[in-house]
Design a protein around this ligand. Structure first.
Ligand SMILES: COc1ccc(-c2cc(=O)c3c(O)c(OC)c(OC)c(O)c3o2)cc1
Ligand SMILES: O=C(O)CCC(=O)C(=O)O
Ligand SMILES: [Fe+2]
Length: 367
Protein backbone atom coordinates (compact mmCIF):
# COMPACT_ATOMS: atom_id res chain seq x y z
CA UNK A 1 0.00 0.00 0.00
CA UNK A 2 1.03 3.61 -0.38
CA UNK A 3 3.05 3.24 -3.60
CA UNK A 4 1.58 5.23 -6.50
CA UNK A 5 0.55 3.06 -9.45
CA UNK A 6 0.54 4.41 -13.00
CA UNK A 7 -3.25 4.64 -12.70
CA UNK A 8 -3.24 6.88 -9.58
CA UNK A 9 -0.84 9.29 -11.23
CA UNK A 10 -2.79 9.41 -14.48
CA UNK A 11 -6.02 10.53 -12.88
CA UNK A 12 -4.35 13.24 -10.82
CA UNK A 13 -1.99 14.48 -13.50
CA UNK A 14 -2.83 18.11 -14.36
CA UNK A 15 -1.31 17.69 -17.81
CA UNK A 16 -3.87 15.18 -19.05
CA UNK A 17 -5.14 16.79 -22.28
CA UNK A 18 -8.67 18.12 -22.05
CA UNK A 19 -10.96 18.51 -25.01
CA UNK A 20 -13.74 20.85 -26.00
CA UNK A 21 -17.05 20.20 -24.26
CA UNK A 22 -20.21 19.33 -26.17
CA UNK A 23 -23.76 20.60 -25.51
CA UNK A 24 -26.07 18.10 -23.74
CA UNK A 25 -28.39 16.17 -26.09
CA UNK A 26 -30.79 13.24 -25.61
CA UNK A 27 -29.51 9.68 -25.36
CA UNK A 28 -30.53 8.11 -28.67
CA UNK A 29 -30.60 4.48 -27.49
CA UNK A 30 -32.95 5.49 -24.66
CA UNK A 31 -35.18 7.45 -27.04
CA UNK A 32 -35.55 4.31 -29.17
CA UNK A 33 -36.17 2.15 -26.08
CA UNK A 34 -39.04 4.50 -25.09
CA UNK A 35 -40.54 4.73 -28.57
CA UNK A 36 -39.14 2.62 -31.39
CA UNK A 37 -40.88 4.66 -34.09
CA UNK A 38 -40.20 8.24 -33.05
CA UNK A 39 -37.63 10.28 -34.98
CA UNK A 40 -37.58 13.89 -33.71
CA UNK A 41 -37.16 16.72 -36.20
CA UNK A 42 -33.62 17.50 -34.95
CA UNK A 43 -32.38 14.23 -36.47
CA UNK A 44 -34.08 14.53 -39.88
CA UNK A 45 -31.64 15.54 -42.61
CA UNK A 46 -32.42 17.63 -45.65
CA UNK A 47 -32.69 16.16 -49.14
CA UNK A 48 -28.99 16.43 -50.17
CA UNK A 49 -27.78 14.69 -47.05
CA UNK A 50 -30.11 11.69 -47.29
CA UNK A 51 -28.16 8.46 -47.66
CA UNK A 52 -30.62 6.46 -49.78
CA UNK A 53 -30.31 8.17 -53.14
CA UNK A 54 -26.51 7.95 -53.23
CA UNK A 55 -26.02 4.31 -52.33
CA UNK A 56 -23.84 2.55 -54.91
CA UNK A 57 -22.56 -0.89 -54.15
CA UNK A 58 -20.32 -1.89 -57.04
CA UNK A 59 -17.42 0.43 -56.09
CA UNK A 60 -17.28 -1.03 -52.60
CA UNK A 61 -15.44 -4.03 -54.00
CA UNK A 62 -12.65 -1.74 -55.25
CA UNK A 63 -11.63 -0.35 -51.86
CA UNK A 64 -8.04 -1.65 -51.55
CA UNK A 65 -7.26 -4.62 -49.30
CA UNK A 66 -3.78 -4.60 -47.79
CA UNK A 67 -2.00 -7.61 -46.33
CA UNK A 68 -0.11 -6.32 -43.28
CA UNK A 69 2.27 -9.28 -43.14
CA UNK A 70 3.46 -8.65 -46.71
CA UNK A 71 3.62 -4.92 -46.05
CA UNK A 72 5.71 -5.25 -42.89
CA UNK A 73 8.06 -7.64 -44.74
CA UNK A 74 8.65 -4.76 -47.16
CA UNK A 75 7.11 -6.51 -50.19
CA UNK A 76 7.34 -4.05 -53.08
CA UNK A 77 3.94 -4.86 -54.64
CA UNK A 78 2.13 -4.35 -51.33
CA UNK A 79 3.94 -1.05 -50.71
CA UNK A 80 2.82 0.13 -54.16
CA UNK A 81 -0.75 -0.88 -53.38
CA UNK A 82 -0.54 1.09 -50.12
CA UNK A 83 0.73 4.16 -52.00
CA UNK A 84 -2.19 3.90 -54.46
CA UNK A 85 -4.66 3.39 -51.59
CA UNK A 86 -3.43 6.50 -49.74
CA UNK A 87 -3.49 8.65 -52.90
CA UNK A 88 -6.70 7.49 -54.56
CA UNK A 89 -8.90 6.25 -51.74
CA UNK A 90 -7.57 7.44 -48.36
CA UNK A 91 -9.15 4.24 -47.05
CA UNK A 92 -8.18 0.56 -47.15
CA UNK A 93 -9.01 -2.67 -45.34
CA UNK A 94 -6.21 -4.52 -43.55
CA UNK A 95 -6.08 -8.31 -43.39
CA UNK A 96 -3.38 -10.57 -41.90
CA UNK A 97 -2.89 -7.98 -39.16
CA UNK A 98 -2.13 -10.55 -36.48
CA UNK A 99 -4.81 -9.44 -33.99
CA UNK A 100 -6.31 -12.63 -32.58
CA UNK A 101 -9.96 -13.24 -33.46
CA UNK A 102 -10.67 -13.75 -29.78
CA UNK A 103 -9.41 -10.23 -28.98
CA UNK A 104 -11.79 -8.78 -31.58
CA UNK A 105 -14.71 -10.93 -30.41
CA UNK A 106 -14.15 -10.05 -26.73
CA UNK A 107 -14.18 -6.35 -27.57
CA UNK A 108 -17.44 -6.63 -29.53
CA UNK A 109 -19.16 -8.71 -26.85
CA UNK A 110 -18.01 -6.53 -23.96
CA UNK A 111 -19.13 -3.33 -25.68
CA UNK A 112 -22.52 -4.85 -26.53
CA UNK A 113 -22.95 -5.80 -22.86
CA UNK A 114 -22.05 -2.26 -21.75
CA UNK A 115 -24.47 -0.54 -24.15
CA UNK A 116 -27.24 -2.94 -23.13
CA UNK A 117 -27.08 -1.74 -19.51
CA UNK A 118 -29.71 0.61 -18.14
CA UNK A 119 -29.05 4.28 -18.89
CA UNK A 120 -28.56 4.96 -15.19
CA UNK A 121 -25.66 2.46 -15.08
CA UNK A 122 -24.01 3.83 -18.22
CA UNK A 123 -24.38 7.40 -16.97
CA UNK A 124 -21.98 6.59 -14.12
CA UNK A 125 -19.32 7.06 -16.83
CA UNK A 126 -20.85 10.20 -18.41
CA UNK A 127 -18.66 12.81 -20.10
CA UNK A 128 -17.91 15.73 -17.80
CA UNK A 129 -19.11 19.12 -19.04
CA UNK A 130 -15.52 20.21 -19.83
CA UNK A 131 -14.26 16.99 -21.38
CA UNK A 132 -14.75 14.65 -24.32
CA UNK A 133 -13.82 11.46 -22.42
CA UNK A 134 -16.63 9.23 -21.18
CA UNK A 135 -20.10 8.17 -22.31
CA UNK A 136 -22.28 10.70 -24.15
CA UNK A 137 -22.06 12.85 -27.29
CA UNK A 138 -19.23 14.83 -28.85
CA UNK A 139 -19.09 17.67 -31.37
CA UNK A 140 -22.47 19.23 -30.55
CA UNK A 141 -21.74 22.97 -30.61
CA UNK A 142 -25.08 24.66 -31.35
CA UNK A 143 -28.76 24.21 -30.49
CA UNK A 144 -29.62 24.41 -34.22
CA UNK A 145 -27.30 21.69 -35.49
CA UNK A 146 -28.79 18.43 -36.79
CA UNK A 147 -28.02 15.55 -34.46
CA UNK A 148 -26.40 12.20 -35.18
CA UNK A 149 -28.31 8.99 -34.51
CA UNK A 150 -25.67 7.56 -32.14
CA UNK A 151 -24.27 7.54 -28.63
CA UNK A 152 -20.58 7.18 -27.90
CA UNK A 153 -17.93 6.20 -25.37
CA UNK A 154 -14.58 7.98 -25.77
CA UNK A 155 -11.41 7.05 -23.85
CA UNK A 156 -7.84 8.33 -24.10
CA UNK A 157 -5.73 5.15 -24.08
CA UNK A 158 -2.08 6.01 -24.83
CA UNK A 159 0.20 7.16 -23.39
CA UNK A 160 -1.21 5.27 -20.39
CA UNK A 161 -0.20 8.09 -18.03
CA UNK A 162 -3.06 10.13 -19.58
CA UNK A 163 -5.79 7.58 -18.81
CA UNK A 164 -8.77 8.78 -16.77
CA UNK A 165 -10.00 5.63 -15.15
CA UNK A 166 -13.19 7.15 -13.79
CA UNK A 167 -14.57 7.01 -17.36
CA UNK A 168 -13.67 3.36 -17.94
CA UNK A 169 -16.80 1.18 -17.59
CA UNK A 170 -16.61 -1.47 -14.87
CA UNK A 171 -19.37 -3.63 -16.40
CA UNK A 172 -18.69 -6.15 -17.81
CA UNK A 173 -16.12 -6.86 -15.12
CA UNK A 174 -13.31 -7.66 -17.59
CA UNK A 175 -13.97 -4.65 -19.87
CA UNK A 176 -10.77 -2.85 -18.81
CA UNK A 177 -8.52 -5.84 -19.63
CA UNK A 178 -10.41 -6.40 -22.87
CA UNK A 179 -9.92 -2.76 -23.93
CA UNK A 180 -6.23 -3.00 -22.99
CA UNK A 181 -5.75 -6.21 -25.00
CA UNK A 182 -7.43 -4.70 -28.08
CA UNK A 183 -5.86 -1.22 -27.97
CA UNK A 184 -2.32 -2.54 -27.39
CA UNK A 185 -2.75 -4.57 -30.58
CA UNK A 186 -4.09 -1.49 -32.38
CA UNK A 187 -1.00 0.42 -31.24
CA UNK A 188 1.24 -2.32 -32.73
CA UNK A 189 -0.69 -2.33 -36.03
CA UNK A 190 -0.51 1.48 -36.14
CA UNK A 191 3.26 1.45 -35.58
CA UNK A 192 3.71 -1.08 -38.40
CA UNK A 193 1.53 0.98 -40.73
CA UNK A 194 3.37 4.19 -39.88
CA UNK A 195 6.63 2.38 -40.74
CA UNK A 196 5.28 1.45 -44.17
CA UNK A 197 3.77 4.90 -44.78
CA UNK A 198 7.18 6.40 -43.89
CA UNK A 199 8.77 4.14 -46.52
CA UNK A 200 6.34 5.10 -49.29
CA UNK A 201 6.88 8.77 -48.38
CA UNK A 202 10.60 8.21 -48.99
CA UNK A 203 11.54 8.39 -45.30
CA UNK A 204 13.33 5.99 -42.96
CA UNK A 205 10.82 3.62 -41.38
CA UNK A 206 10.87 5.15 -37.89
CA UNK A 207 10.51 8.81 -38.92
CA UNK A 208 6.71 9.28 -38.88
CA UNK A 209 6.44 7.56 -35.50
CA UNK A 210 9.16 9.80 -34.05
CA UNK A 211 7.42 12.91 -35.45
CA UNK A 212 4.54 12.30 -33.00
CA UNK A 213 6.77 12.95 -29.95
CA UNK A 214 4.45 10.46 -28.26
CA UNK A 215 2.08 8.36 -30.35
CA UNK A 216 -1.31 9.06 -28.77
CA UNK A 217 -4.35 6.80 -29.11
CA UNK A 218 -8.01 7.57 -28.35
CA UNK A 219 -10.76 4.96 -28.62
CA UNK A 220 -14.24 6.00 -29.71
CA UNK A 221 -16.91 3.31 -29.42
CA UNK A 222 -19.95 4.33 -31.48
CA UNK A 223 -23.39 2.85 -30.79
CA UNK A 224 -25.94 3.26 -33.59
CA UNK A 225 -29.42 2.23 -32.41
CA UNK A 226 -31.94 0.92 -34.91
CA UNK A 227 -33.91 3.67 -36.63
CA UNK A 228 -37.44 3.41 -38.05
CA UNK A 229 -36.49 5.96 -40.77
CA UNK A 230 -32.90 5.09 -41.70
CA UNK A 231 -33.15 7.00 -44.99
CA UNK A 232 -33.79 10.28 -43.17
CA UNK A 233 -31.07 10.27 -40.49
CA UNK A 234 -27.30 9.86 -40.26
CA UNK A 235 -25.47 7.83 -37.59
CA UNK A 236 -22.43 10.09 -37.91
CA UNK A 237 -22.33 13.26 -40.04
CA UNK A 238 -19.78 13.54 -42.85
CA UNK A 239 -16.33 14.40 -41.47
CA UNK A 240 -12.66 13.74 -42.01
CA UNK A 241 -10.59 12.50 -39.08
CA UNK A 242 -8.18 14.92 -37.38
CA UNK A 243 -5.90 11.97 -36.63
CA UNK A 244 -2.69 10.78 -38.31
CA UNK A 245 -4.38 7.47 -39.09
CA UNK A 246 -7.59 5.89 -37.76
CA UNK A 247 -8.20 2.16 -37.37
CA UNK A 248 -11.80 0.96 -37.32
CA UNK A 249 -13.23 -2.35 -36.21
CA UNK A 250 -16.74 -2.86 -37.51
CA UNK A 251 -19.29 -5.63 -37.19
CA UNK A 252 -18.96 -8.53 -39.61
CA UNK A 253 -22.49 -8.43 -41.00
CA UNK A 254 -23.91 -4.90 -40.67
CA UNK A 255 -23.28 -2.11 -43.19
CA UNK A 256 -22.91 1.45 -41.99
CA UNK A 257 -19.64 3.13 -42.99
CA UNK A 258 -19.61 5.09 -46.27
CA UNK A 259 -16.76 7.08 -47.81
CA UNK A 260 -16.87 9.92 -50.31
CA UNK A 261 -15.16 8.87 -53.51
CA UNK A 262 -15.54 10.66 -56.86
CA UNK A 263 -18.50 12.66 -55.46
CA UNK A 264 -20.39 9.49 -54.49
CA UNK A 265 -20.92 7.76 -51.15
CA UNK A 266 -19.37 4.30 -51.31
CA UNK A 267 -20.20 1.74 -48.59
CA UNK A 268 -17.22 0.00 -46.97
CA UNK A 269 -18.68 -3.50 -46.86
CA UNK A 270 -17.39 -5.37 -43.80
CA UNK A 271 -14.78 -8.10 -44.36
CA UNK A 272 -14.98 -10.39 -41.31
CA UNK A 273 -12.12 -9.69 -38.85
CA UNK A 274 -10.48 -7.07 -41.09
CA UNK A 275 -9.58 -3.60 -39.83
CA UNK A 276 -10.56 -0.51 -41.82
CA UNK A 277 -7.79 2.09 -41.93
CA UNK A 278 -8.02 5.68 -43.06
CA UNK A 279 -5.51 8.44 -43.60
CA UNK A 280 -6.23 11.38 -41.28
CA UNK A 281 -5.67 15.14 -41.66
CA UNK A 282 -2.13 14.97 -40.20
CA UNK A 283 -0.79 12.76 -42.99
CA UNK A 284 -2.69 14.83 -45.55
CA UNK A 285 -0.79 17.88 -44.25
CA UNK A 286 2.62 16.14 -43.96
CA UNK A 287 2.24 14.83 -47.53
CA UNK A 288 1.06 18.26 -48.74
CA UNK A 289 -2.22 16.78 -49.93
CA UNK A 290 -0.78 13.79 -51.82
CA UNK A 291 -2.28 11.31 -49.37
CA UNK A 292 -5.96 12.04 -48.76
CA UNK A 293 -7.94 12.35 -45.54
CA UNK A 294 -11.28 11.35 -46.99
CA UNK A 295 -14.73 12.39 -45.80
CA UNK A 296 -16.82 9.58 -44.41
CA UNK A 297 -20.09 9.07 -42.54
CA UNK A 298 -22.16 6.30 -40.97
CA UNK A 299 -25.74 5.38 -41.85
CA UNK A 300 -28.17 3.47 -39.64
CA UNK A 301 -30.26 0.32 -40.03
CA UNK A 302 -33.93 -0.33 -39.41
CA UNK A 303 -33.57 -3.70 -37.71
CA UNK A 304 -30.02 -3.99 -36.42
CA UNK A 305 -28.16 -1.79 -33.98
CA UNK A 306 -24.47 -1.41 -34.92
CA UNK A 307 -21.35 -0.86 -32.81
CA UNK A 308 -18.06 0.37 -34.28
CA UNK A 309 -14.66 0.94 -32.65
CA UNK A 310 -12.65 3.86 -34.02
CA UNK A 311 -9.07 4.16 -32.74
CA UNK A 312 -7.47 7.52 -33.51
CA UNK A 313 -3.68 7.72 -33.58
CA UNK A 314 -2.39 11.26 -33.32
CA UNK A 315 0.59 13.39 -32.22
CA UNK A 316 1.28 15.09 -28.93
CA UNK A 317 -0.42 18.51 -28.56
CA UNK A 318 2.86 20.45 -28.87
CA UNK A 319 3.91 18.95 -32.20
CA UNK A 320 3.99 21.40 -35.10
CA UNK A 321 2.49 20.00 -38.29
CA UNK A 322 3.46 21.26 -41.74
CA UNK A 323 4.12 19.78 -45.19
CA UNK A 324 7.41 17.89 -45.44
CA UNK A 325 9.79 19.75 -47.76
CA UNK A 326 10.33 16.83 -50.13
CA UNK A 327 6.55 16.27 -50.52
CA UNK A 328 5.92 19.82 -51.73
CA UNK A 329 5.36 20.28 -55.44
CA UNK A 330 7.91 22.61 -57.08
CA UNK A 331 4.99 24.39 -58.81
CA UNK A 332 3.75 25.54 -55.40
CA UNK A 333 6.89 26.05 -53.28
CA UNK A 334 5.10 27.28 -50.15
CA UNK A 335 2.97 24.11 -49.95
CA UNK A 336 -0.78 23.75 -49.56
CA UNK A 337 -0.82 24.01 -45.74
CA UNK A 338 0.61 26.36 -43.12
CA UNK A 339 2.39 25.27 -39.98
CA UNK A 340 -0.07 24.54 -37.18
CA UNK A 341 0.33 23.15 -33.66
CA UNK A 342 -1.57 19.88 -33.42
CA UNK A 343 -3.27 20.81 -30.12
CA UNK A 344 -4.61 24.04 -31.70
CA UNK A 345 -5.72 22.18 -34.81
CA UNK A 346 -7.59 19.55 -32.82
CA UNK A 347 -9.35 21.98 -30.51
CA UNK A 348 -10.31 24.37 -33.33
CA UNK A 349 -11.80 21.41 -35.21
CA UNK A 350 -13.80 20.39 -32.18
CA UNK A 351 -15.17 23.91 -31.63
CA UNK A 352 -16.50 24.07 -35.16
CA UNK A 353 -19.29 21.74 -36.02
CA UNK A 354 -17.69 18.91 -38.01
CA UNK A 355 -18.98 19.67 -41.50
CA UNK A 356 -17.14 17.47 -43.91
CA UNK A 357 -13.64 18.84 -44.33
CA UNK A 358 -14.45 22.48 -43.42
CA UNK A 359 -12.19 22.29 -40.33
CA UNK A 360 -9.10 21.62 -42.49
CA UNK A 361 -9.47 25.14 -43.90
CA UNK A 362 -7.68 26.60 -40.85
CA UNK A 363 -4.43 24.91 -41.98
CA UNK A 364 -4.82 25.73 -45.68
CA UNK A 365 -2.31 28.07 -47.27
CA UNK A 366 -4.42 30.65 -49.16
CA UNK A 367 -1.56 31.99 -51.31
C1 LIG B 1 -19.61 14.02 -36.81
O1 LIG B 1 -19.15 12.90 -36.17
C2 LIG B 1 -17.82 12.78 -35.86
C3 LIG B 1 -16.94 13.76 -36.15
C4 LIG B 1 -15.62 13.61 -35.80
C5 LIG B 1 -15.18 12.47 -35.19
C6 LIG B 1 -13.82 12.34 -34.77
C7 LIG B 1 -12.80 12.31 -35.67
C8 LIG B 1 -11.48 12.25 -35.20
O2 LIG B 1 -10.51 12.21 -35.98
C9 LIG B 1 -11.25 12.22 -33.81
C10 LIG B 1 -9.95 12.17 -33.27
O3 LIG B 1 -8.87 12.10 -34.08
C11 LIG B 1 -9.79 12.19 -31.89
O4 LIG B 1 -8.53 12.14 -31.33
C12 LIG B 1 -7.67 13.10 -31.55
C13 LIG B 1 -10.89 12.25 -31.04
O5 LIG B 1 -10.63 12.40 -29.71
C14 LIG B 1 -10.85 11.83 -28.71
C15 LIG B 1 -12.18 12.24 -31.58
O6 LIG B 1 -13.27 12.26 -30.79
C16 LIG B 1 -12.36 12.25 -32.96
O7 LIG B 1 -13.63 12.27 -33.44
C17 LIG B 1 -16.09 11.49 -34.90
C18 LIG B 1 -17.39 11.65 -35.23
O1 LIG C 1 -18.94 3.82 -37.41
C1 LIG C 1 -18.28 3.99 -38.41
O2 LIG C 1 -18.25 3.18 -39.33
C2 LIG C 1 -17.51 5.29 -38.59
C3 LIG C 1 -17.01 5.90 -37.31
C4 LIG C 1 -16.18 7.12 -37.52
O3 LIG C 1 -15.99 7.58 -38.60
C5 LIG C 1 -15.58 7.81 -36.35
O4 LIG C 1 -15.85 7.41 -35.20
O5 LIG C 1 -14.79 8.76 -36.58
FE1 LIG D 1 -14.31 9.10 -38.59
Amino acid sequence: MGSNTDEDVADEDQNVPTFVASLPVPNVQEMVRQNRLEVPERYIRNEEEMPKSTRITHLSAEIPIIDLRLLSDGQEEELKKLDMACKEWGFFQVVNHGVAKEVLRNMKEAAAEFFNLLLEEKNKFSMASDDIQGYGHAYVVSEEQKLDWSDTLILLIYPSKFRRHKFWPTTPEKFKEIIEAYTSEVQRVAEELLGSISSIMGLDKDILHSMHRELMQALRVNYYPTCSKPDLVLGISPHSDTSTISILLQEDDIDGLQIRHDEEWVPVGPIPNALVVNIGDVIEIWSDGKYKSIEHRAVTNENKARISFASFLFPHDDVEIEPLDHMIDSSRPSGMYNKVTYGDYLRQSMKRRMQGKAHTQMAKNET
